[in-house]
Write a protein that binds this ligand. Sequence first.
Ligand code: HEC
Length: 494
Amino acid sequence: MTRLVALSAGVVIALSLAAVPAGAAEGTPTYNEHVGDILLNNCASCHRPNQVAPMSLLSYREARPWARAIKAKVVSREMPPWFADPRFGEFSNDISLSDDEIETIVAWVDGGAPQGDGAAPEPPDFSAAGWSHPDGLDPDYVIEFPIAWQIDAEGETPNFNLFTPLPFDDVMRVSATEVRPGNYAVTHHITTGLVDLPPGTKLGRGPAWPGGPLVDYVPVEDPDYAATEADAADEASADDEEADERSAAELEERRRARAGFGPYIPGVGARVVRDGQVREVRGDLFDYIIWNLHYQATGKPEVARPAIGAWFANDTDGKYQRTLSLREYTSENEQLVAPPPLTAEERAAANADRQAGQGLNPLLAPIPPNDPNWTVTGIGAFQNDAVLQSLFLHMHVRGKDVTYVLTYPDGREEILLRVPNYAFDWQFEYDLVEPIRVPAGSTVKAIARYDNSRANRLNPAPHKEVYWSEQSWDDMFLANVKYTLEDEDTEGDN
Ligand code: HEC
């Protein structure tokens, strides 16, 4: 038997050698046989119509004119964008190329970028509309922003918040959500959240930001509020411990549910839970969507109409995907270490720009001027046996690097992820190939460093102390991990 296999393998090799015509660029990889699949699997998720990248790379015809640029970008490892140190962790959304794949592309380009014989590889199923669900599915449910927003050719638009009614009031159980900008070139980021309007306000017409254009989607004073307020005061006076506890639990529930549909950030497409897991969008707890919009001028007038897509969960008994913030918190959101009180100045700086209701934590201690290695450590502790699913970090242009460390209750440590060159332009969520079981009492630390020195060429003002805000010239520390609980499914919980 063995001999037979060996024999036939030998025959195949002999035949294929004989098939190479004399004088052809022997061994030059071809698009159809080698390179097409690499581009389709590692590039096309962004390089296709209605997506973030400037050109489509779905076919030989589309890729051929870009051959030299493709070689340059893959050799420099600028494309595909991916920042995890390959020595730590394995991530399912890792689209980086292996050395072999890079060599194949280089040999293809150097050999004249031939198409080759045979059939061209078929692109994976993609949503024609540009949604990035990995199965190519269009969403089951779409919420479009009611108007197309206009962005001037020049000048700075501050970060601003608009509000639209949440169109459902039950719990939506989803397997995936995606926030799309409607115009990738002009959109810096969008975060969405679930909120109620501030007390005493209703949705109306007002400035999009202080001094900004008038729009219909901001909270304005509600003249009918006084009456409602009186009612609320009556209720509150039924001073009852149980009610207090209930409201503490409800506050906590609302806090967990605020993230809603998630963000659009370059690099983040559809957020898909694993098989058997669900996320919930709590229409029962909130009445409005907050859209935090950040645009940057492109040199020509632009319009952008963002949209939210949701894919319903089939498996309604799935495990609920939870978020643990790494800010010295436990998974029950109790603080591990009380942070030092902010000075009055710090508090003013933080609050002035604080965007209400987004679940973002404004506490980033000011980063000293000219410091090349300012370190911030966020920590979170698991109260229950849990299963770690993914890791996320958001900093701005001073962000330098980050290391995620898991510490087991017995003190054993494991590096989960290292991002040696953090890039503000690309914000990836790092999805673990193998979810990690973490016993109660384990902690995850995110150790992030900021470069506020002149050496950081993106630094707009090395001589300044940097405060927390959502503007990219200030900075943020937003680190979290997603997890499920070992012994819990969502039935009756959350
Ligand atoms: C996560 C999304 C994403 C992936 C994946 C990705 N790209 Fe890109 N690519 C972009 C974006 C956005 C730009 C334009 C901005 C920039 O250059 O950073 C770009 C730019 C480029 C350019 C430069 C285009 C120009 O105008 O000069 C080349 C070449 C390129 N990509 C090739 C690739 C190749 C080859 C792959 C796969 C091996 C790939 N990209 C994967 C998003 C992506």
